[in-house]
Write a protein that binds this ligand. Structure first.
Ligand SMILES: [Ca+2]
Ligand SMILES: [Ca+2]
Ligand SMILES: [Ca+2]
Length: 138
């Protein structure tokens, strides 16, 4: 083998190695960009159900301006429509309490988790179901 061929082989090996590394890198979730990164305190590039619930808890408290522990349809500020509100209020008292709110987060989270791995990546969060969930988190 001539030294020129050796050089070529070496270049090819480097290219393959780099491609290999690239493939590994795309397997890990890319870091979430702001404002989504605020939903990912452990910075693993995905939002777990626990992270979603923590964000939803904060949002609930922010929306509950009269601190009664319940939200009326008006207080949810667009997180629910009149049509979805009834569904989220199984005890039919006309308000959503924290347990009902969390049940909705869980339901919307599962609907958005297309890969069924218990985590939402940027792509899943950008889906229509993901956006529906984000209304309860942001
Ligand atoms: Ca995370
Ligand atoms: Ca209720
Ligand atoms: Ca997922």
């Amino acid at each position: 083998m001539t030294s020129r061929n050796m050089k070529f082989m070496h270049a090819a090996c480097v290219a393959v190695a780099l491609c290999g590394m690239g493939a590994v890198r795309t397997e890990a979730a890319a870091p979430l960009q702001p404002p989504l990164s605020a939903l990912d305190p452990d910075k693993d590039g995905t939002v777990s159900l626990d992270e979603a619930k923590a964000a939803a808890d904060k949002k609930f408290d922010a929306l509950d301006t009269d601190h009664e522990g319940t939200l009326t349809l008006t207080e949810t500020k667009g997180a629910f429509l009149k049509s979805t509100f009834a569904n989220a209020d199984p005890d039919k008292d006309g308000t959503i309490d924290k347990a009902e709110w969390e049940a909705q987060v869980e339901q919307r989270f599962r609907a958005a988790d297309a890969s069924r791995d218990g985590k939402l990546d940027a792509q899943e969060l950008a889906s229509p179901a993901g956006k529906t969930l984000l209304r309860l988190l942001q």
